[in-house]
Ligand binder design. Structure first.
Ligand SMILES: [Zn+2]
Length: 120
């Protein structure tokens, strides 16, 4: 019998949805699938310790390679923003004031309200 999965989130590394991966591990607004964890383990096993490598945009990537990365960065950022907004919505449903939400996020009550209330 096949298991039907509900679409919940996408891997923040390869963008595949949970419905297309074996397992998806959740972090704070980000996710990683079992395949990407496997790739990470292989990279870690083959990488000697040493100075940290530069972030992709700090290295010598070509313009085309950088532009090809932008959609993935944007999609991951949009997913984080959606998850953050849902967490704030849930905190509001549990009775959190905009002041407490702002304090938790290191912003003013007004900034929290403007960013998350959906009101203008
Ligand atoms: Zn993945």
């Amino acid at each position: 019998m096949s298991e039907t999965k509900t679409l919940l989130a996408n891997c923040s590394f390869c963008a595949r949805p949970n419905t297309e991966v074996g397992k998806l591990v959740a972090g704070p607004g980000v996710y990683i699938c079992d395949t990407c964890v496997g790739l990470c383990n292989a990279v870690l096993a083959d990488t000697p310790s040493g100075p940290p490598r530069p972030l992709p945009w700090q290295g010598d990537m070509t313009l085309d390679a950088l532009l090809a990365m932008l959609p993935g960065y944007a999609a991951a950022g949009e997913q984080v923003e959606r998850n953050l907004t849902e967490c704030v919505r849930r905190a509001r449903a549990l009775g959190a004031t905009w002041a407490r939400i702002g304090e938790a996020l290191g912003m003013t009550r007004q900034s929290a309200w403007e960013r998350f209330s959906g009101e203008e």
